[in-house]
Design a protein around this ligand. Structure first.
Ligand code: NAP
Ligand code: F7E
Length: 325
């Protein structure tokens, strides 16, 4: 083993995993990633760095597979990004979501504690934990009131991380990240669904875009900015929890306005509301107060809302243009 820093990322094939892996490679880390077996590979987001990272098969449902990966990679830092992360699916599959997104965190923490309690641990907590918001903006102290099985599972993951820190003195941090997006965002999430829809409509491949709750407001930031915050948390003298957000919120309707407007279209001509896309319980508004992260980590976002929307639409235009008609 060399002196090079080693990091293990669960969820390396997801949006954040892909950005974090690149961020750590740029800082000369040896990067290891957990991937689960499937009949078709899901490595699209990490294709360009595939030969620079070391991938290990394991699953959040399988305790021993996680122990083996930690033993094999002997990381200094573990970033637990893997989860069933799509809120509507959590209403359809609440038990599976609990297994992955809640108990999965305990399994990774147990693997860390067993193999090497000196490993620094990052948990991907979420603004979804605030749900029916009890104050605005939300801080690290705001009471939690989750509104979906996903949010409930994340509350468990958040508190088990704090519990392991307090019980076993682990360097375990929890980042309460507000929505963050990018051209690598999954297409079922509303921002990417809109940017992809705008590109297809502009290029004549689609006529209409069906959406659900247009009034929902989110504090949207850029994923590339947010992975920097994850890393900063693990470089501090002591473990702690931080809200990561831009402090500015916009509605889904406003997102549509900027995205369609960017290509010279009027969103009202193309967007249709589909009642089937409404959730049994939705989070109507979220807006974070990241002053603690700014003061203690020196973290601030670089990319603004409008820059983010344009970046996503431009990337989808380029991609759809290359697709065969
Ligand atoms: P994402 O794109 O949905 O990626 C999820 C990752 O988890 C994928 O790599 C997926 O692998 C992996 N995974 C799922 N179930 C697994 C299992 N049983 N075993 C091993 N790996 C499994 O999510 P993201 O947007 O990058 O978010 C990263 C983390 O941050 C998640 O925990 C999410 O809940 C949390 N979070 C996200 C946001 C946001 O706005 N993006 C905000 C707050 C918190 P496959 O490729 O095989 O499916
Ligand atoms: O929905 C509304 C929807 O699915 C945002 C995950 O990364 O961020 C994400 O969860 C809002 C909701 O993200 C559609 O009702 C309207 O109010 O993009 P979303 P999310 O549920 O906020 C948090 C922080 C996470 O941690 C999660 O892992 O947009 N909305 N129309 C729609 N949403 C979707 N998906 N599709 C629509 O057609």
């Amino acid at each position: 083993m060399t002196n090079q820093r080693r990091a293990l990322i669960t969820g390396i094939t997801g949006q954040d995993g892909a950005y974090l892996a690149r961020f750590l490679l740029d800082r000369d880390y040896e990067v290891h990633g957990v991937v689960r077996r499937s009949s078709t590979e899901t490595f699209e987001r990490i294709n360009s760095i595939r030969d620079q990272v070391c991938l290990h098969q394991a699953d959040l449902l399988d305790q021993l597979s996680l122990v083996r990966v930690v033993e094999k990679s002997r990381p200094h830092e573990v970033y637990n990004l893997a989860a069933q992360s799509f809120v509507p699916t959590s209403f359809d599959q609440p038990l599976l979501t609990g297994e992955f997104t809640a108990l999965g965190v305990t399994r990774v923490l147990e693997a860390v504690r067993l193999v090497d309690p000196a490993i620094r641990f990052y948990q991907a907590s979420s603004s979804e934990m605030f749900g029916k918001v009890q104050e605005e903006p939300q801080t690290e102290q705001t009471p939690l009131w989750p509104r979906s099985p996903y949010g409930v599972a994340k509350v468990y993951g958040h508190w088990i991380t704090i519990n392991f820190r307090e019980s076993y003195d682990l360097f375990a941090c929890s980042g309460i990240l507000f929505n963050h997006e990018s051209p690598l965002r999954g297409k079922e999430f509303v921002t990417r669904k809109i940017s992809d829809g705008v590109a297809r409509i502009k290029l004549g491949r689609q006529q209409k875009l069906k959406l659900g709750n247009l009034d929902a407001q989110r504090d949207w930031g850029f994923a590339g900015d947010y992975v920097r915050a994850m890393w900063l948390m693990l470089q501090q003298d002591a473990p702690d929890d931080y809200v990561i957000a831009t402090g500015v919120k916009h509605s889904v309707r406003e997102f549509c306005e900027v995205a369609f407007g960017h290509v010279g279209l009027t969103w009202q001509d193309h967007v249709e509301v589909d009642q089937a896309l409404l959730r049994p319980a939705d989070v109507n508004t979220l807006c974070g107060d990241a002053r603690k992260a700014k003061t203690q980590l020196g973290w601030e976002p670089d990319v603004s809302f409008k820059e983010l929307v344009r970046m996503m639409v431009d990337a989808d235009l380029e991609r759809v243009r290359k697709e065969a008609t």
